[in-house]
Structure formats: structure tokens, C-alpha cells
Design a protein around this ligand. Structure first.
Ligand SMILES: Cc1ncc(COP(=O)(O)O)c(C=O)c1O
Length: 429
């Protein structure tokens, strides 16, 4: 098969599926064009107007524009905040903060991965096995949600911070559906002499439009990915208080990377222009409304939605009253073209490969124009699919696929899913 054919197949597949993965989205044609533009042809090592290579006048203009757009999008005073737009991913963005302000073996206190956190925040397994690069270099420990309500208990985090005296406290994650108290965390950080990094990789688009509280008043550093609710290409932004500007810039280049992906920066700038429009504001408000409606509809159908709902675009579900685990549930749903993640839940007795939960979100379906009525339909389709078929929790993937393929009703439901998605094209032309 040729590359062109694979890309065409992927477009068809994206069109027919109902994508509920909360960390994904569909970029605009403008962003697609920017990422596929001639900006890809240039080496631009260094910072705008301070490059190692000749011939960068347009790259300088672009990077400067992208930074200004980033500061404007989050209403930041350029005398107080700086931003670097070169980090190629969210994980590198986080590493750049550690590299700028920490020494090897310094202590990090971050959200546990099993309680919604992220690998790049120093994650290591409960048995001490160091999984991430950040856990090998730094001394990380983790705070958890309360077993009572699956929300953070800030008094408990404060106690932990006082005991451990970290140099850096991090918040942010991939599966915490509720508002994080940025003010309280910054106070805890100050009280123990730590810096505070708010990673809003997931919520960036919501924060830009006041649909999720902003950390900027409180944090020393704010990192985010650009591909999720911000609806940009793969990439990341690293915001810092002005006094850290040089440290962050040199931490990314030459500290961690070489030449920046100027085509991605063109895509990020385009997405930031879009994020400042009325259309985007309407979009992101709908993302929230859709998430509330979808969560409520799933609760009504007996799904065990962690914390009973969401304050953002993402919903975490303990699926064990419907299927043996999140792996089986996600595989069955994939068979009807409903694409979401298996996910661990707090205090999960399962493993990351066979976790107890699934995670879903509304950024992509909202980009396609779906509203509250479609969220009800989606909840019904999920319920119907998971009632139709089940399997042993330990079943091997190829065996599970084989069993699913024998079920005629699954293919009838798939047709319903495809009929729905066909009414909401990703790209109109
Ligand atoms: C909270 C958080 N931080 C960092 C990242 C890492 O981003 P990337 O996958 O671009 O490295 C993610 C990605 O999902 C995330 O959710």
C-alpha cells in the first residue's frame, strides 16, 4: 500500500468513527495547511531574531507572532509573562521546566498517574520501578484523590508537601475531571518554598475562554499541549513568569532540542488566531455543555461516572458494573466505531492494560457540530453496545476480536454510529 492510500483511508476512517478520546480533536483546514506549508523547509535554531542560521526573517516574524498570540489568548501581560513555543510535545514542555529550575535528585510532588496525573510528571510504579525519564533524574512522589469523593483533599496534599519539602509541585493530568484548585496549590507550594507548575495540557482551550479556572494568577509555570481542547497541531506552549524567560528558552534549545518545527509553530499560531474568535468561544462553551449532558445521560443509564460528572471536557467511568474491565469495553466499542480509551481509575485494582475504567470526552464530536441531542444518542449507543456483548476480562485481543466479529447486532449498531457521523462531516470540502 502507498502512503497516499493510507492517508486517504485514515480520512475515511476518521469520518465514519465517533471519536470520544478527550485528548484529540480535528484541526481546521487552516491549521492543516500551515502544518503542511513551506515553513517545514527551514532550520531556525535559536530564538526569534537570534538564530544560528541565515535566512530566517520569515521564521522570526512567525515565531514572534505565535508568542504574541499565545500571550493574548490567555490575557497575559507581556511584562510579567513570557512564552516559548518550540517544545515539540507536552512531555518535552514539562521536561523543559525541570531542566530550567531543578537539579538532579531534586524532589517533585505531582498527581499520581492512577489518580489522573501524567507520565511526564516523574511517574514511577508503586513498586518503585522508574518508568519515565523524569523519574530517573528527579526524586518524585505523588498525591492522590480522597477515597471518599475521588477529589483532591488539599489539606492532605499540604501535609504531604510539608513532610516531603519538594522543590516543585505539579498539577494537571489526563483523567481528573474536576476543577483543580490552583490557588490552594500555589499557596501550598509557597509555604514549603517550592515552585508551582500547572500543566493544563487538557484544559487549555477551556481556560482560554473562561470555561475552566485559569492558573495564571497563581502558578510560576504553565505548560500545555496545543492539540487537545485548543484544537491545534501536535506541539506545546511553555509559559513562565518573566524572570524565568531565559532559563526556559535555553532549557529547550540547546538544552533539549535542536531546530524547532516551524511548520508546527505556524499551525499553533493559526490555532491561536482561531481560539480568539467568537466561533471558538461558542465551540468551547458547547464542549462543556456536551460533556455535562453526556455525563448526565450516562449516569441516568447506570454508568458509574467518577465524581458523578465533570467540570471539563472529560468523563471518567468505572466500567466494572457493565463489563469486566476498560480494555474489553473499549475493544467492543471500537468494533462499532466508537473510539475511546481504556483508563485506570483511582485505587484501581486492575493494571494499565486491563484497567477498571474508560475515559471519554467531547472536544472532537463538538468540533463536528454535535450538540446535546447527539450526546443523548451517543450515551444510548454506548449503553446498547455494551449490553450486546461481553467477554472474559483476561481474553486475548485476537480472540476478543474474533468473538465480536461473530455478533450480528454489533454490526447493526456500527451502522447506526456511521449514519450519525455521516451527518457531521469533519471537513466540508
Ligand atoms: C497533562 C498532560 N501533560 C503532558 C502531556 C504530554 O503531552 P505529549 O503527548 O504531547 O507529550 C499530556 C498528554 O496527554 C497530558 O495529558
Amino acid at each position: 500500500m502507498k502512503v497516499k492510500e493510507i492517508i486517504e483511508n485514515e480520512l475515511k476512517y476518521q469520518q465514519q468513527q465517533l471519536k470520544l478520546i478527550p485528548s484529540e480533536n480535528y484541526v481546521s483546514k487552516g491549521v492543516l495547511n500551515a502544518v503542511g506549508s513551506v515553513m517545514i523547509n527551514k532550520y531556525a535554531e535559536g530564538q526569534a531574531f537570534k538564530r544560528y542560521y541565515q535566512g530566517n526573517k520569515n521564521m522570526d516574524m512567525l515565531e514572534e507572532l505565535c508568542k504574541n498570540l499565545a500571550l493574548q489568548t490567555f490575557n497575559l501581560d507581556p511584562d510579567k509573562w513570557a512564552v516559548n513555543v518550540q517544545a515539540v510535545t507536552g512531555s518535552v514542555a514539562n521536561l523543559s521546566v525541570y531542566n530550567a529550575i531543578l537539579n538532579p535528585q531534586d524532589k517533585i510532588l505531582a498527581m499520581s498517574l492512577f489518580h489522573g496525573g501524567h507520565l511526564s510528571h516523574g511517574w514511577k510504579l508503586p513498586n518503585g520501578k522508574k518508568i519515565s525519564f523524569s523519574s530517573k533524574v528527579f526524586n518524585s512522589s505523588f498525591y492522590m484523590v480522597s477515597p471518599k469523593d475521588y477529589r483532591f483533599d488539599y489539606d492532605q496534599i499540604e501535609k504531604q508537601a510539608q513532610e516531603e519539602k519538594p522543590a516543585l509541585i505539579i498539577s494537571g493530568g489526563t483523567a481528573y475531571p474536576r476543577q483543580i484548585d490552583f490557588k490552594r496549590l500555589s499557596e501550598i507550594a509557597k509555604s514549603v518554598g517550592a515552585k508551582y507548575l500547572a500543566d493544563i495540557a487538557h484544559e487549555a482551550g477551556l481556560v482560554a475562554n473562561g470555561q475552566y479556572d485559569s492558573p495564571f494568577e497563581y502558578a510560576d509555570f504553565v505548560t500545555m499541549t496545543t492539540r487537545k481542547t485548543l484544537r491545534g497541531p501536535i506541539g506545546a506552549l511553555v509559559f513562565c513568569r518573566k524572570e524565568y524567560e531565559d532559563a526556559i528558552d535555553s532549557s529547550i534549545f540547546p538544552g533539549l532540542q535542536g531546530g524547532p518545527m516551524m511548520n508546527s509553530i505556524a499551525g499553533i499560531a493559526t490555532a491561536l488566531e482561531e481560539a480568539q474568535t467568537k466561533d471558538f468561544e461558542t465551540y468551547i462553551k458547547q464542549v462543556r455543555k456536551n460533556a455535562d449532558t453526556l455525563a448526565a445521560s450516562l449516569v441516568k443509564r447506570g454508568f458509574n461516572v467518577i465524581t458523578g460528572g465533570t467540570d471539563s471536557h472529560l468523563i471518567l467511568i468505572d466500567i466494572t458494573n457493565k463489563q469486566p474491565n476498560g480494555y474489553v469495553a473499549a475493544e467492543i466499542l471500537e468494533a462499532v466505531d466508537i473510539i475511546l480509551n481504556k483508563n485506570t481509575i483511582p485505587f484501581d485494582p486492575g493494571s494499565p492494560w486491563r484497567p477498571s475504567g474508560i475515559r471519554l470526552g467531547t472536544p472532537s464530536v463538538t468540533t463536528r457540530g454535535m450538540k446535546e441531542a447527539e450526546m443523548e444518542v451517543i450515551a444510548e449507543l454506548i449503553e446498547k453496545t455494551l449490553k450486546e456483548f461481553t467477554a472474559d476480562g483476561d481474553i486475548k485481543k485476537f480472540q476478543l476480536k474474533k468473538e465480536i466479529n461473530k455478533n450480528r447486532h454489533i454490526f447493526e449498531i456500527k451502522k447506526e454510529v456511521n449514519d450519525l457521523t455521516q451527518k457531521f462531516p469533519i471537513y466540508n470540502d
